[in-house]
Each structure stands twice: as C-alpha cells, then as structure tokens.
Write a protein that binds this ligand. Structure first.
Ligand SMILES: *[C@@H]1O[C@H](CO)[C@@H](O)[C@H](O)[C@H]1NC(C)=O
Ligand SMILES: *[C@@H]1O[C@H](CO)[C@@H](O)[C@H](O)[C@H]1NC(C)=O
Ligand SMILES: *[C@@H]1O[C@H](CO)[C@@H](O)[C@H](O)[C@H]1NC(C)=O
Ligand SMILES: *[C@@H]1O[C@H](CO)[C@@H](O)[C@H](O)[C@H]1NC(C)=O
Ligand SMILES: *[C@@H]1O[C@H](CO)[C@@H](O)[C@H](O)[C@H]1NC(C)=O
Ligand SMILES: *[C@@H]1O[C@H](CO)[C@@H](O)[C@H](O)[C@H]1NC(C)=O
Ligand SMILES: *[C@@H]1O[C@H](CO)[C@@H](O)[C@H](O)[C@H]1NC(C)=O
Ligand SMILES: *[C@@H]1O[C@H](CO)[C@@H](O)[C@H](O)[C@H]1NC(C)=O
Ligand SMILES: *[C@@H]1O[C@H](CO)[C@@H](O)[C@H](O)[C@H]1NC(C)=O
Ligand SMILES: *[C@@H]1O[C@H](CO)[C@@H](O)[C@H](O)[C@H]1NC(C)=O
Ligand SMILES: [Cu+2]
Length: 679
C-alpha cells in the first residue's frame, strides 16, 4: 500500500509519538570531523557525523498492529514495549515515519522486541526514503540483519528527506509477523550533492556479519563474504567455524550461513580462485587449513592442509593453474622463514618450496617478522614465474621450478615499505602494474601517497619502473581498489595514519576516492561517500561494472564494525542528469570456454568500440591477487559481430574465470559475460 493511498481520517495506525525524555538523542551537531561512534551496547559504527533525531513530532504509520502492541510503541523510546503486526497479515510489513521536517537522513536504528520471543524479529528488509511520502523510488538500503536482539543499523548516504519507510520481508521464526521495540533515525549535518560526472554512491547492502573477506562467484555474479567464527570478532576462539553471507545483486537476496564442515576459521586467510573457478581459502585463524568454495553447487569442501601454518600470507594462481603461497607469520610460528609452497588443485596436494625464500620480501616492520611477511603483492607471470611488487620496498622474482628460488628485481623507486598498500595489474597484456599507498609499519604508521608504474618483461629480467602521475592526491593506507573495464583504477577509503580498528577523526579517514586514468597518467578525485572504510575494508568489481565497497572492523565490542556493503556506480554508467546511460549489450558469445591463444566471437546489440577481460576478484586485507585486466582488440567481422583473440601466454591470461566487457564509443561498458580461460 502506498502512503499516498492513505487519507488522514482513516489512518487507524497513525500515531503521534508521545512527548518524552529521549535519552537516545546524543547531542547537537558538532561540525565536520565527528567520527562514527558506537552507542553503549551498539558494537557497530553509527552513521558518520550524525545524531539520533528528536522524535517528538514524528508521525508513524504501520501496515497493521495488534492490541497492546500498537504502532506507537516503535517510537516511544521504551525498549520494553513493542509494535507487532496483526497475526493474520503477511509480508511485506512496513512502518512509515513522517519526520515532520526535511532532515539529512543518514540511517535507521532498530531495536528488536526484547520480551523473550523472536517472533517478528526483522531479518530481510528494505529501506526507502521520500520527500513527499508518495514517491519512494529504489531502496536506499536493503539486506539482512543478524538474528539476535541487539540494535540493528541501516546506514545510508545522507540525503535530504522527510519520510522513511522500513519494510520487513522475513522474520526470525517465520511467524510472518513484524515487531519493533524501538526505532531511531539518524540525521547528518550535511550531505554530498549528487554529481554524476564523479559517480554515485548507494544503495547500502546490510549483511548479517562484518564482511572482511569476499569473492565474486564466476557462474552467477553473487558475492560471497565472510568474517571469522563470530559475526564481529576473531580469536579467543572456538575455531573451526566461519560466518558467511551471500548477496545476490540480481535478486537483492542476502543470506547467512555458518560453515563448519571444513573445520576452518577462515579469518585472515590467503584467497585464490583456481582455474576451475573454485575459491581456495588457506590458513588464517586455523593456520594450516585449506577450504574450497565451489560456486557451482554452493558448497564448501575440505582441501589438504598446507605444509606450513600461515595467516596474512599471500597466494596467487599461476599460469599452469597451481597456487603459490608465501609468508604469513600472523598465524602459527613467527619466523623469517615462512618460505613458499605450492598447491596442485588436481592432486589436492601442497609441496614446500624451500628455495622460494621469504627473507628478500620482508618489510622492516617494527613488530619484526610477525607483520614483515604479510600481504605480499604477488603477480603470476609468464613461465609459472611470480613477480612480487611489494609491500616491501624490495621487489623480487619468484620461481617455482625445482625447490623454488628467488632473485632480486630492485627497489620500488625511492618508496618506503608500503604495508597494506595496493597493487593492481590494470593491463596484463602490457605487463603493467600500478602500486599506490601503504605505510612503513603495519600499525600506528603514517601512510604515503607514492604511486609507481611497473612494466614487466621476461621473467627474471629487469623491470621498468616510473612514478605514476603526480602520485595519489591523498596519502592512504588500508584503502582498497579495483580495475574498471576502461582500464582506470578506482581507489576507495583508507586513512592518513594507519591504526587498525580506529576511525578517530585525527587519523583523517579518506572519504574522497580517486581514479587513476592510465591514458592521462593522472589521479582524479571522485564522488565522496560517508561510510568510513579503513582496516578490514574490501572492494570488488561486480559483473555489472559497478564497484562493491564494504566492511571494516571485526573488533568485537568496539565501534568500528561495519555490517554493510555499499555500491559505487562509476561515471561511465551515468548521464549528466543522473539517469542511467544506455549500455551496450552482449547478445551472445561463440563460446564461454577458450584456451590460451583462442578466439571468441561476440555478437552485440549495437556497435561497440573496445573490449576487455577482467579476472573475477577475491579479496581480504587490501590483497586481491586474482583481479587483472586484459584490453582486447575487437576485430569487426560483420554488423555488430566481432572477434577477439585471447593472449597465448597463460602468464598473462591466467587460467580461470574472467568478465568479458564490451564498451561503446562513449566508454559505457556492457554487463559482463563470464568466460573461462582453460588450461
Ligand atoms: C525534542 O523536541 C521537543 C519539542 O520541540 C523538545 O521539547 C525536547 O526538549 C526535545 N528533546 C531533546 C532531547 O532535545
Ligand atoms: C498472535 O500470535 C501470537 C504468537 O504468534 C499469539 O500469542 C497470539 O495469541 C496471537 N493473537 C491472536 C489474536 O491470535
Ligand atoms: C484479522 O483478523 C481479524 C479478526 O478475525 C479481522 O477482523 C481482521 O480484518 C483481519 N485483518 C486482516 C488484515 O485480514
Ligand atoms: C534500548 O536499547 C538500545 C540498544 O541496546 C540502547 O542503546 C538504549 O539505551 C535502550 N534504550 C533505553 C531507553 O533503555
Ligand atoms: C543538511 O545538509 C545541508 C548541507 O549539506 C545543510 O545546509 C542543512 O542545514 C542540513 N539540514 C539539516 C536539517 O541539518
Ligand atoms: C535467499 O537465498 C537463500 C540462500 O540461497 C535461500 O535459501 C532463500 O530462499 C532466498 N530467498 C529468496 C527470497 O529468494
Ligand atoms: C560440490 O562439488 C564439488 C566439486 O565437484 C564436490 O566435491 C562436492 O562434493 C559437491 N558438493 C555437493 C554438496 O554436491
Ligand atoms: C617460457 O614459455 C615460453 C612460451 O610457453 C616458451 O617458449 C619458453 O621456452 C619458456 N622459457 C623458459 C625459460 O622456460
Ligand atoms: C628464473 O631464475 C630462476 C633462478 O635462477 C630459474 O630457476 C628459473 O628457471 C628462471 N625462470 C625463467 C622463466 O627463466
Ligand atoms: C562484549 O559484549 C557482550 C555483549 O554485550 C558481552 O557479553 C561480553 O562480555 C563483552 N565482551 C567484552 C570482552 O567486553
Ligand atoms: Cu586483520
């Protein structure tokens, strides 16, 4: 039922909130720079620079109510009373709030009923906003809340609105009812005026866990995320358990699953997608374990244990389909000799590579090897070689032949060590890698804005390296990045001074993203967002050419847990007026499987200009060794019919799943078609 269909006299369930002493109003705006904060008992980051609005003059409308559990109970400031829908109604249930005036709404806080019953606890939900109570548009937030009685948040990009509608789509006991003990709305001091030429942020996707690790499923574009044994904490350990969630961008469904069958707490792991599209997760809290997610049947299977215990190691899939792992003193023994090992997915077997020494890639971290061998920037390259571009200032070539070996590749210009910085192979055909940001130490360390462009030649040969543009506009650490179909690199979040689990304003959390444009060798700024994304945040490119940016936290009773993801739509998908640009469409491809050096025929709906392949990404802790991009030459064959050649070298065209995009003459990309490059 639309709000406009209600008439004032028939608003049976419309209620004016009682005048009240509202203890949850936490104060007046104190201006820019107020960090997100957790209310007592609310172990998650509240909307940035926001306060809970005074509810005195609100009006609430509910779709139904039961006697004794009236709609008004949802906004009476009393957690002991609650609104409940009538028993004989069905989903969707909703509550609409009229705030009485336009506010820069930045979020919704919902306390579930606390009378011992779970009936009506909202799990699946959607949040809509409106300036007139009639036009609601697309949801500004949606997803699933964890099933417990703690306060739940839906944080949104601040926007001036007067009406909010919270819609419930499912409940904890499948009672088909909805109940709310208390509902608050956050207002921000300011909002970011839309500017389509810089891209757009939103919607927010609420997930029931703090998403610290993620992968895009190659067969269906769903996003798999996970935390640790608990939704918001790690360590202290039962072990053996991982909380996961899957978001389906196509249906907006978010689900929750606790994975126990692989006996693996997959916090702080290495992640690599293998040639079959399976997601191989190694080490972390259960430091020798391997768990493999098979997206094709949505199941987790046990892999062989690694030969060395590791956490915060890096792994990468090689040109021959095997997976190389190195480093990882965060778990197991702390040592300067967590040398390489290699996994053969076909044999399900790990083999140590004692000659692939970790020592040459250690940073000079203040904590010693514990953090010095973490989060390597590994790039699989020709002839099963691996180029290690950082985070150590020293770069190296690794070989997996025989017992393995390592040879130096020089220093990254005059850079410092750049722990928790980023490195992206944005043009694999040309061997080009962009590196940017990071800090000399893992903790309590000032970040850099240094950016370098590396060009790889033959394995073991010297590389070319130059500064990229004028470096980033902002120094950052704990930022995340993705390569876009047009070859530019989108960079989000991070902070000036790196401090795990802190979002204090003095650390200068970065809200302004940047994009590196290779053609112009320039970093340009993009539309700012309002959710802090620092330590433990993630970004991945989605098959619809938007970016998912999310997570941060996982620090138990702290105020920096972010139970959400946010979509960034790059400017290439937007018209000047903010509407969606018409997109080219891939009607068909001659084959979705192709070998090295093979050819693919592409039929499009209209003429297109360029094409690219981007490998499906996996990520945690600023590392994504799976993503890389290959620009493709489109050879016209017929009207709207083209062919492309896949590079013949598996070191460039790594085996596994790639997103095939075509772009029109304005640079607007299609939705991707998945292509498997086979061994
Ligand atoms: C909320 O607004 C009412 C009416 O304007 C006012 O009387 C009350 O003091 C306000 N409450 C707080 C906590 O500011
Ligand atoms: C509604 O359902 C609840 C439990 O689900 C039950 O306790 C209550 O009696 C029902 N009310 C009516 C009017 O049927
Ligand atoms: C629910 O049941 C009550 C009592 O039978 C009835 O009066 C009411 O109309 C029903 N409500 C709906 C929404 O069906
Ligand atoms: C209601 O519960 C929330 C979340 O646990 C808490 O922050 C708030 O103080 C409680 N409100 C009252 C009036 O006790
Ligand atoms: C909303 O934000 C704008 C600036 O972005 C500010 O001028 C305005 O006062 C804010 N509105 C409220 C009600 O705080
Ligand atoms: C959402 O996904 C879960 C897990 O795959 C599934 O069980 C559930 O039925 C889905 N819900 C909807 C509404 O599709
Ligand atoms: C899913 O597929 C994998 C790989 O083929 C297989 O090992 C596993 O048993 C399958 N799981 C289920 C539940 O079918
Ligand atoms: C590297 O790979 C190329 C192409 O597969 C091959 O021709 C060449 O012999 C290899 N070189 C070495 C040193 O293995
Ligand atoms: C690189 O050097 C190592 C160590 O000397 C050697 O084992 C390996 O074969 C070389 N790789 C290539 C592709 O030439
Ligand atoms: C964290 O909060 C939970 C729930 O409020 C409480 O049970 C637990 O003791 C707290 N843990 C710590 C370490 O403070
Ligand atoms: Cu961590």
């Amino acid at each position: 039922m639309r709000f406009s269909e209600w008439t004032w006299p028939s608003l049976i369930f419309a209620v004016f909130a009682q005048a009240q002493v509202d203890s949850s109003v936490i104060g007046a705006f104190t201006g820019e720079g107020v960090p997100a904060k957790g209310a007592p008992g609310l172990y998650q980051a509240e909307p940035y620079n926001s306060v809970r609005l005074n509810r005195t003059n609100w009006i609430a409308f509910c779709d139904s109510e039961s006697t004794g559990n009236e709609c008004s109970n949802a906004i009476d400031g009393n957690n002991a009373t609650f609104w409940a829908t009538a028993n004989n109604t069905t989903f969707p249930h909703f509550i609409i709030l009229d705030l009485g005036s336009t506010q820069n709404v930045s979020g919704v806080a919902m306390v579930p009923r606390r009378d011992g019953s779970k009936d009506g606890w909202i799990l699946q939900h959607q949040v809509f906003t409106s300036s007139d109570g009639t036009n609601w548009g697309e949801p500004v937030a949606y997803g699933m809340w964890y099933s417990d009685d703690s306060e739940k948040l839906a944080v949104i990009e601040p926007q001036p609105v007067r009406y909010i509608r919270l819609e419930a789509l499912s409940d904890a006991t499948d009672s088909q009812t909805t109940s709310i003990a208390d509902l608050n709305i956050y207002g921000a001091a300011s909002y970011h005026v839309k500017n389509p030429s810089l891209g757009e942020w939103g919607p927010t996707i609420d997930v029931p866990i703090v998403p610290v690790a993620a992968a895009v499923e190659p067969n269906n574009g769903k996003v798999l995320v996970w935390s640790s044994w608990d939704k918001d904490r790690f360590g202290g350990t039962p072990g053996g358990v991982t909380q996961t969630s899957i978001w389906d961008p196509k249906t907006s469904n978010v689900s929750h699953r606790v994975v126990t069958n692989t006996h693996h707490d997959m916090f702080c792991p290495g992640i690599s997608m293998d040639s079959r599209g399976y997601i191989v997760v190694t080490g972390g809290n259960d430091a020798e374990r391997t768990s493999i997610y098979v997206p094709f049947n949505d199941s987790w299977v046990i892999g062989a244990d690694m030969t060395t215990e590791r956490g915060y190691q890096a792994t990468t899939t090689l040109s021959d389909g095997r997976i190389f792992a190195i480093g990882g003193s965060w778990s197991g023994e702390v040592s300067d000799s967590k040398n390489g090992e290699i996994y053969d997915p076909t044999a399900d077997e790990w083999t140590p590579l004692e000659g692939a020494l970790v020592k040459p890639m250690l940073t000079n971290d203040a904590t010693g090897p514990y953090h010095a061998d973490n989060h390597g920037w590994l790039f699989a390259w020709k002839n099963t070689s691996i180029f290690q571009a950082g985070p150590s200032r020293a770069m190296n070539w690794y070989s997996v032949e025989g017992d393995g070996s390592v040879s130096p590749a020089g220093n990254r210009l005059s850079d410092s060590d750049e722990m928790s910085g980023n490195a992206v192979m944005f043009d694999a055909a040309a061997g080009q890698i962009l590196t940017f940001g990071g800090s000399p130490n893992y903790e309590d360390s000032e970040s850099v804005n240094s950016a370098a462009l590396i060009t790889l030649g033959a394995p073991n040969s010297s590389i070319e390296i130059v500064q990229a543009g004028q470096n980033m506009q902002y120094s950052r650490v704990f930022h995340t990045s993705v390569v876009l179909p047009d070859g530019s690199v989108f960079i989000a979040g991070g902070q000036r001074h790196g401090m795990p689990f802190s979002e204090d304003a003095s650390l200068d959390n970065r809200f302004i993203p940047e994009r590196y444009i290779p053609r112009d060798d320039m970093f340009i700024t993009q539309q700012p967002n309002s959710i802090v994304r620092v330590y433990h945040s993630i970004s991945l490119l989605l098959p619809d050419a938007t970016v998912m940016n999310g997570g941060g936290g996982l620090c138990a009773n702290c105020s920096t847990n972010h139970y959400n993801l946010q979509v960034y739509t790059p400017p290439y998908l937007l018209m000047g007026d903010g509407s969606r640009a018409p997109r080219p469409v891939i009607k068909s491809v001659s084959s979705t499987k192709v070998g090295f050096g093979g050819q693919i025929g592409i039929v499009t709906e209209s003429s297109v200009d360029t094409a690219s392949l981007i490998r499906y990404g996996t990520t945690t802790h600023t590392v994504n060794t799976d993503q890389r991009r290959i620009p493709l030459d489109l050879v016209p064959v017929d009207i709207n019919t083209y062919s492309v050649n896949i590079p013949d070298d598996g070191g460039i065209a790594l085996p596994g799943y790639w997103m095939l995009f075509v772009l029109d003459s304005s640079g607007v990309p299609s939705v991707a078609t998945p292509i498997q490059i086979t061994l």
